[in-house]
Design a protein around this ligand. Sequence first.
Ligand SMILES: Nc1ncnc2c1ncn2[C@@H]1O[C@H](COP(=O)(O)OP(=O)(O)OP(=O)(O)O)[C@@H](O)[C@H]1O
Ligand SMILES: [Mg+2]
Length: 361
Amino acid sequence: MVKLESVSKMFGDFLAVDNLSMDVAEGEFLTLLGPSGCGKTTTLRLIAGFEQPTSGNVYIGNKMVNDVPPYRRDVNTVFQNYALFPHLTVYENIAFGLRLRRLDPSTIDERVRWALKLVKLDNLGERKPRQLSGGQQQRVALARALVCHPKVLLLDEPLGALDLKMRKAMQIELKSLQRRLGVTFIYVTHDQEEALAMSDRIAVMNAGIVHQLDTAAAIYEYPKTRFVADFIGEANLLQARVSEITADTVWAEVNGHRLPCARREGLRPDQAIWIMVRPENIRVLPVSSQEAPAPSEKTAVVKGVLREVVYLGATLKAITDINPGLTITAARLSSSSVVSIPTDSEVQLHWPSSAGHILTE
Ligand SMILES: Nc1ncnc2c1ncn2[C@@H]1O[C@H](COP(=O)(O)OP(=O)(O)OP(=O)(O)O)[C@@H](O)[C@H]1O
Ligand SMILES: [Mg+2]
């Protein structure tokens, strides 16, 4: 439905989008995720036609639209600040685009009522924007974009101005609305939880570059770069070196510890790598515990000193110092036996070798 082909955008001599290629399928919910200034809004504006690519091509449907002005593209944009007309009622805000298109009054009325109902504002049509809450204004902006039946909806941090509770509720509503209507969504956020909760696929961006475009689960479990590993969720990133490669294990050396990792292709002995282990895959046991598995090809084991147990409600974080100079964070359920281990006592950490994900960049 939308395709970017080697798209770059320069502002003066600043490269805001760097050779970006991606394909968005019809009906897909794709999220651009990345830190402030990484080029998310610029990418949306390139798709909407508010910016011209310095090089590369933009396609909507199967049509190259580089020279098509924004109002002739089959996309609508919901801006972060909603951009509602303050002097018009909710009803007239939503009808605005249809009136511009000179549709007949009964069609306009029918469509506006459909859109009002869709966003659950049926009885607020006569209000002015200033008489609405932030969340309600956000829905008006959404209705105004959907009423034109765009094939593609571009949403730039549409929930950014809402409080956390409202945002979570709107995430679920927006996602189910998108699924029901089958509209292709390209959604911008810098909130990784929001991206994980809503998207079919996520494009993780940094400094104008897409590091990885994948499903939420693939990005979380198999990040391609350290940036992605670190940006999505929490990660222990251990600087390491390949020490031995066997049939189904890669042994890595980390500050004198030998750790088995998940097998991956294209490595050579002595290569500099990083190992990523997600905190929830790490178990913490007292050093004397009989439960602990022996170190093997299947299990990584390291000993250390439990420094801190941080209570976070449903889960807790256990922070362990490993000699020399390593700190590893484990996340366990708050009901776990970790709570009964005194801080500053010796512990052993273990995780399945399959949870040790190797990164090379
Ligand atoms: N018109 C412009 N002229 C010059 N530089 C620009 C222009 N628009 C954007 N930039 C720069 O391009 C980079 C990417 O901007 P963009 O607005 O796409 O970031 P973003 O990922 O949307 O960030 P945020 O999360 O803060 O909204 C930034 O460094 C920004 O300063
Ligand atoms: Mg932006």
